[in-house]
Design a binder for this molecule. Structure first.
Ligand SMILES: NC(=O)c1ccc[n+]([C@@H]2O[C@H](COP(=O)([O-])OP(=O)(O)OC[C@H]3O[C@@H](n4cnc5c(N)ncnc54)[C@H](OP(=O)(O)O)[C@@H]3O)[C@@H](O)[C@H]2O)c1
Length: 317
């Protein structure tokens, strides 16, 4: 399995299993099956509300020696209600307890947005957000760095950070995140962010690489373009002897990003892993690079309040 060396010297397996939307009753088996067939990297988050069952899958695999802890790479993410430096360790410890682990390999700040810890997982109105002026992201990230010192996490990074947010974070706390996990696929290739992260030594992880078709309808735009049905993707996959999903995974890896497709289906879990070793032809990569349609599947626009949750005109800039 290809790995990336992070800027702190730790190794990140390039390919992993996503677990967002993986339901209780199915994610235990999915995680265990993935580890049985050779996955080494599992992507989790507190807000997926399934970390206890992901944990039971991890524990079953470890107990049956399908994998050893030192060969396993587990990522999780600090939820937006834990941004206060006084709450960061509690958020991390809740995840560790649910997963049944003593440490995380990678801990990410899930969003560059802070919520008040008022009993709601998502704000009901503007008063549920903590303005950046009150609680800068750099304070949260500095608190995450102390988790490393305590041995609770091996590496720290961020998620959903744009170039300007990364620049500000690094300038304010002097810590370069090891990873930035963002939405990347042919409809949202983000070349400027890729160039910036390459320059800073930040590894990008591609989320929603297959177009996240199982998102709830409430998160979907009207007339959303399904990535897996794109005619160029379908034709190129056939030429390469791959399924469309495999093509998109191979494309992500060929671009030098890590990639974490989600599946709870044993056949697709194996299908996706088989793509991790595929050398994509230059021609196939180019054809996907040239897709012009732009679409972002994950963009909770209700959270983007200029002057509160970000400073500029565009949350993603
Ligand atoms: N940091 C963040 O803010 C953030 C945001 C979004 C996602 N993520 C992470 O990234 C992971 C992946 O993104 P995602 O879950 O949004 O979407 P995704 O991986 O792009 O797509 C998942 C969907 O594709 C299906 N699928 C899986 N393999 C397939 C294949 N080979 N062919 C056809 N369909 C296939 C899955 O169904 P089955 O399960 O039935 O196979 C599911 O419906 C998440 O699970 C999560 O871990 C992080």
């Amino acid at each position: 399995m290809k790995t990336f060396t992070l800027n702190d010297g730790n190794l990140l397996p390039a390919f992993g299993l996503g677990t967002w939307k993986s339901q209780p009753g199915e994610v235990n088996d999915a995680v265990k099956e993935a580890l049985r067939i050779g996955y080494t990297h599992i992507d989790c988050a507190w807000i997926y509300l399934n970390e206890d069952e992901v944990g039971s899958g991890l524990q079953a695999a470890l107990a049956e020696a399908l994998i050893q802890r030192e060969d396993l790479f587990v990522t999780s993410k600090l939820w937006n209600t834990f941004h206060d430096p006084a709450d960061v360790e509690q958020g991390c410890r809740q995840t560790l307890t649910a997963l049944g682990l003593e440490y995380l390999d990678l801990y990410l700040m899930h969003w560059p947005v802070a919520f008040r810890d008022d009993g709601n997982l998502m704000p009901e109105d503007e008063s549920g957000f903590i303005p950046l002026s009150e609680l800068p992201l750099s304070k949260t990230f500095a608190a995450m760095a102390t988790l490393k010192e305590k041995g609770l996490v091996k590496s720290i990074g961020v998620s959903n950070f744009s170039v300007s947010k990364l620049e500000k974070l690094i300038a304010e706390c002097g810590i370069v995140p090891a990873v930035n996990q963002v939405e990347l696929h042919p409809y949202n290739p983000q070349p400027e962010l890729m160039a910036y992260c390459a320059d800073k030594g930040i590894v990008l992880t591609a989320y929603s690489p297959l177009g996240s078709a199982d998102r709830p309808d409430s998160m979907k735009g009207a007339d959303e373009p399904p990535l897996l049905n794109n005619q160029v993707v379908l034709a190129t996959a056939e030429q390469e002897g791959l399924t469309p999903g495999q093509l998109l995974i191979a494309w992500a890896l060929t671009r030098g990003t890590s990639v974490i497709p989600k599946s709870v289906n044993a056949g697709r879990i194996a299908e996706n892993l088989a793509a991790a070793d595929h050398e994509l032809s230059i021609a196939a990569r180019q054809v996907l690079d040239e897709i012009e349609l732009r679409y972002r599947y994950v963009s909770p626009s209700g959270w983007f309040i200029p002057g509160v949750t970000y400073e500029g005109q565009d949350f993603w800039a």
